[in-house]
Write a protein that binds this ligand. Structure first.
Ligand code: NAP
Length: 328
């Protein structure tokens, strides 16, 4: 008897940990080995004959790709966000979509808080100052920053990462406000948070930190009018998605000195071009989309993505599925 045909899977990048080894023992596996994402035409070609895809945020899974991949049954994204995937188009074709929520929550909040502290206390500027040989004496006015304790942190979105951020801020003696479509009364009681409307959040926050997914509703959530409504000197932390902010308006608000600073792990586009005005602003701290980048978390994300994919290929509902209605 011929051995059973193994499903064919394409993975768009090497992943850390043991997950790909495990996957390779169960499927016919092809992995894109380059550091840069597969070019669009390569992705379309690779997708043509496969049953499953493991994708990253850099890989667009849209109608043209699905049309080119008639045997595709599962798409597993190595991220909690899935704005790179047209989920509706996948559902219409019966293709399960998985993501990796939860495992990166604390790691991402750690980095968002690191950005908040780095921005407030000018850590990167201080390092550059010392390295440039400019440190001549202790000075009472050298590199003065903003205080976190006693300041107000405004959270946009109080999901998993927003809540983890609220816990950290509470521990640092900050007052925490949040804006979210649904109230979280248990968290409000536990951490003394207050749910407010958008106008109040913008007017009262010394620091604003974004934790919403990118959706049509949250695109440019922080636009020109919202930036103008922020407290003068307030600072922004963005570890959500670049497009949640109107970046041109942000550059203006920073250049005019209306905002005190911004720390951005995510930008529009990514990577940021070297002629981006953001790179010229001294009050901006930038990172290359690494908020979830710890050894442990990236290994867990890869493992979860493989679990999701294998379940879908076996016709089971992936443990973390963004279109679970397919399995009802
Ligand atoms: P989550 O648990 O689903 O939380 C998202 C929250 O956003 C929800 O609680 C939701 O609350 C709120 N929300 C959604 N739409 C909203 C809207 N229109 N207005 C106000 N609030 C809205 O997701 P998470 O795990 O915290 O992750 C959040 C996002 O962080 C991800 O989608 C991803 O884009 C980003 N992320 C980035 C990195 C990185 O490396 N930089 C790492 C992980 C995640 P309501 O439904 O009550 O409004």
């Amino acid at each position: 008897m011929a051995p059973p045909v193994r499903p064919r899977v394409f993975v768009t990048r090497k992943l850390p940990g043991e997950a790909l080894g495990r996957l390779g023992r169960q499927v016919e596996l092809r992995v894109w080995e380059d550091e840069l994402p597969p070019p669009r035409e390569v992705l379309l070609e690779e997708a043509r004959g496969v049953d499953g895809l493991i994708t990253l945020l850099t890989d667009r899974v849209d109608e043209p790709l699905l049309a080119a991949a008639p045997s595709l049954r599962a798409v597993s994204n190595v991220a909690v966000g899935y704005d790179n995937i047209d989920v509706g188009a996948c559902s219409a074709r019966g293709i399960a979509v998985g993501n990796t929520p939860g495992v990166l929550t604390e790691t991402t909040a750690d980095f968002a808080f690191a950005l908040l502290m780095g921005l407030a206390r000018r850590v990167v500027e201080a390092d550059a100052y010392v390295r440039a040989g400019r440190w001549r004496t202790w000075s009472p006015t050298l590199l003065l920053g903003a205080e976190l304790h006693g300041a107000t942190l405004g959270l946009v979105g109080l999901g998993k990462i927003g809540a983890a951020m609220a816990r950290r801020a509470h521990g640092f003696g900050m007052r925490v406000l949040y804006f979210s479509r649904h109230a979280r009364p248990a968290l409000e009681a536990e951490l003394g948070l207050r749910r407010v409307d958008k106008a109040t959040l913008l007017a009262e926050s010394d620091f604003l930190s974004l934790h919403v997914p990118l959706t049509p509703e949250t695109r440019h959530w922080l636009g020109r009018a919202e930036l103008a409504a922020m407290k003068p000197g307030a600072m922004l932390v963005n570890t959500a998605r670049g497009t949640v902010v109107d970046q041109d308006a942000l550059v203006e608000a920073l250049s005019r000195g209306h905002l005190g600073g911004a720390a951005l792990d995510v930008t529009e586009p990514e990577p940021l071009p070297m002629d981006s005005p953001l790179l010229k602003l001294p009050n901006v701290l930038l990172a290359p989309h690494i908020a979830s980048a710890s050894h442990v978390t990236r290994g867990r994300m890869a493992s979860m993505a493989v679990d999701n994919l294998l379940a879908a290929l076996e016709g089971r509902r992936p443990p973390h599925c963004v279109n679970p209605e397919l399995f009802k």
